[in-house]
Structures are given as structure tokens and as C-alpha cells.
Write a protein that binds this ligand. Structure first.
Ligand SMILES: Nc1ncnc2c1ncn2[C@@H]1O[C@H](COP(=O)(O)OP(=O)(O)OP(=O)(O)O)[C@@H](O)[C@H]1O
Length: 364
């Protein structure tokens, strides 16, 4: 299943001109406020008719300006999750979940049981939305969207109304949805941390245009992405696998760049993980450092150097086929004589990778 979109639309003072493909997995639409993300979601949903262009989902043409085809929203088989859960307050959770099934193309009770289990909402089925936390309400909204048997899931900032604790609670469920349903998920977000944690594909939108689109690992480690994310949020995501829980509370992970130790990661050996490593947390050394406290020393090669800000340098590194990003000062880059192709050591403190930066799944 794939969503393909190429549309143009003019509002007074704003032109959207966007084209991208969203394969199975989670495609994050990331851009500043007013860049056109919601307009794209509305065009896919059929809430707005683009002046020009075509949108196709899983072989079904949703709209095409050359043929004049424009399917109304209720015939598009899409699932939506918005900032606010928008559940029916007078219905129980179970009735809310079943409501979407009026529009479904025939799914059975086993499917309902599977989704209820996947989202951990079994104990909530007889409650009404007023008796749920914000995070629980959003999980029910996710369940309702999936049970409507959609071709695609559209999520417009589904975590934006939740506090940090509730966000952390819901992220693993979004990971399961992404990895277990095989549906394309189009996910609007303002949050670099959310994009890094969840996205398999990233589409960057700036002033109505797509400035970059592609696999999350490549887009996030591209120095050109850093100004859009904000320098403190710039960083790479790499794949890892849990190798062992060690006696002193550390978990050993295997990565293409070598072993990495982090404070305990609650996952069984063999579990595939994605690690977000912020550029500002990576130190560089010409020789393998000794006598330092940092546990993780990775052999890397410099791919390119990009000056950033008044005094900074972003160094894109390669390690066993994966990209890493380091942010250092230009003074250090000069002092170390850094140049593309050079072999170096990247140093990462185990404790600098926050628990929220460790997700389940693979990078793309
Ligand atoms: N119906 C409309 N009529 C005129 N202008 C509109 C309309 N809808 C959106 N716009 C304009 O189009 C631009 C893009 O809006 P859009 O809501 O898609 O941005 P966004 O990236 O989703 O922003 P945010 O993150 O704040 O939700 C804005 O300048 C907005 O004012």
C-alpha cells in the first residue's frame, strides 16, 4: 500500500506545491507552522479540493484534476486521528470503537480483539470517554481509526495536546501500529523528537514546498535538515539490536558501528531498536581515546563538513554503512585538521541517550 501525491493549490497569499510518496510505515510531514502540512492532510482526506494534481492511495485514485475525479471523504476509506480524540461522550469505549465499523469493508471480531490488545485498551471498554485520561482517549481514537479498515491513517499532531508523560505512554503503541498494520501513516508533527522516534519516511515542508523527502535515516542525518529542526535537535537515527542485559544495569546493543552501551533498555535480547543520537552529544577524537569515562567509542569516517551558525561545524560521519552526525566548533575542526575521508573516533556518553530516544523498530 502506498500513497502518492502531487498537488498544487493557491490560497490568497499562499501556494502549496507538493509532491511525495508515502510507502507503508510512518511518513512524517515536518515543517513550521503555516508551511502547509494540514492543507496536505485535508487534500488527502477530501476536505479540500486541490486546484491541480493527483492523489492516489493503494491503487485507488482519490482525486485527479485532469479527469475531474474527486472522491468524497466518506468514500476514501481513511482513518483520522487529530489532536483531540473527538470520541462520542455518550458512548462507551466499546461503542466508540464499533462506531467506525459502520463504514468498514467487513472485519470480524477477531480483528477487534487484536486491536484492543495492541493498544492495551481492554480494561477501558465499558468506560465513557469522560472517565479516561488524555492518553487513553487517544489510544481509543487510534483503535477506532484502525477498525474502520482504512487504506491510510492520517494523524494530525495526535500527541500535541498531551503532557510529556502521556506522550511517552502512547509512543510504543504508535510504534506497534506502524510496524504491525502495514498501513501507510501520514503523520503531521512539529516535534523533531517525535519524528526521530517514529518516522520511517520524512517529508520536510517549507512555505508550501517539499524541500526534502526520503528515508528517515538519510533525511535526519543530512546537515541541510539541521536548520529546520533547530541545532539542538539535529542528530541521526541508527539501527541497533539488544545483545545483552549486563549485571551493572547497562544494556549492550549491537550496531553497524560496533557495540554501544546504554543505561538499561527494557527489551529482550534480539529486539530491534532505533537510537536517536543528537549531534551535540557526539565528540570526535583523532586517536582512540583512553582514560575517559565515556563508554562508547565508535570507529567512523568523515563524509562531509558543513559550517553552521557563527562558530559551529556539522560533521557527517559514516560507521558501518550508517550515518552519524556530530556538532563541534569550527575551532576544533581546524585544530584537528578534519577533512572528508579521514578516519576518526566518535565518542558518546552512555547517559546522553535519553530513554525517549530509544524506540522499537528499524530505521526504515
Ligand atoms: N481555507 C483557507 N483559506 C485561505 N488560506 C488558507 C486556508 N487554509 C490554510 N490557509 C493558509 O495556508 C497556509 C498553510 O496552512 P496549513 O494549516 O496547511 O499549515 P500547517 O503547516 O498545517 O500549520 P500548523 O502547523 O500551524 O497547523 C497558511 O498560510 C494558512 O493561513
Amino acid at each position: 500500500m502506498m500513497l502518492s501525491l502531487a498537488i498544487r493549490h493557491r490560497f490568497a497569499g499562499f501556494t502549496l506545491d507538493a509532491a511525495f510518496d508515502a510507502p507503508a510505515g510512518l511518513t512524517a510531514l515536518f515543517g513550521q507552522s503555516g508551511s502547509g502540512k494540514t492543507t496536505i492532510i485535508n487534500a488527502v482526506a477530501g476536505l479540500m479540493r486541490p486546484d491541480q494534481g493527483r492523489i492516489e492511495a493503494g491503487g485507488l485514485v482519490l482525486s485527479d484534476s485532469t479527469t475531474g475525479r474527486f472522491l468524497p471523504p466518506h468514500r476514501r476509506s481513511l482513518g483520522y486521528v487529530f489532536q483531540e480524540a473527538r470520541l462520542f461522550p455518550h458512548l462507551t469505549v466499546r461503542q466508540n470503537l464499533l462506531y467506525g465499523r459502520w463504514f468498514a469493508r467487513g472485519r470480524q471480531g477477531a480483528e477487534m480483539a487484536r486491536i484492543v490488545e495492541m493498544l492495551g485498551i481492554g480494561p477501558l471498554l465499558l468506560r465513557r470517554p469522560g472517565a479516561l485520561s488524555g492518553g487513553e482517549r487517544q489510544r481509543v481514537a487510534l483503535g477506532r481509526a484502525i477498525l474502520s479498515n482504512p487504506r491510510i491513517l492520517l494523524m494530525d499532531e495526535p500527541l500535541a495536546a498531551l503532557d510529556e508523560a502521556r506522550k511517552a505512554e502512547i509512543l510504543p503503541y504508535l510504534e506497534r501500529l506502524r510496524d504491525e498494520t502495514g498501513l501507510p501513516i501520514l503523520y503531521v508533527s512539529h516535534s523533531p523528537a517525535e519524528v526521530a522516534r517514529l518516522a520511517t519516511t520524512v517529508v520536510l515542508i517549507d512555505a508550501g514546498r517539499v524541500t526534502a523527502a526520503g528515508p528517515a535515516g538519510a533525511i535526519l542525518s543530512d546537515p541541510a535538515t539541521a536548520p529546520l529542526l533547530g541545532l539542538r535537535e539535529a542528530g541521526a537515527i541508527i539501527s541497533a539490536r539488544v545483545e545483552a542485559q549486563e549485571g551493572d544495569g547497562l544494556t549492550r546493543l549491537g550496531t553497524a558501528a560496533g557495540p554501544v552501551w546504554l543505561p538499561q533498555v527494557d527489551a529482550a535480547p534480539g529486539t530491534a531498536l532505533r537510537l536517536r543520537i543528537l549531534a551535540q552529544d557526539v565528540m570526535l577524537a583523532r586517536t582512540r581515546p583512553e582514560g575517559i569515562s565515556a563508554l562508547n567509542v565508535l570507529a567512523v569516517t568523515i563524509r562531509d563538513l558543513t559550517p553552521i551558525g557563527d562558530s559551529g561545524m556539522l560533521v557527517r560521519l559514516e560507521a558501518g554503512g550508517e550515518a552519524l552526525l556530530a556538532r563541534i566548533t569550527r575551532r576544533s575542526a581546524t585544530a584537528l585538521g578534519l577533512a572528508p575521508g579521514q578516519s576518526l573516533y566518535a565518542v558518546l556518553k552512555a547517559v546522553s541517550v535519553a530513554p525517549g530516544s530509544v524506540g522499537i523498530g528499524s530505521v526504515s
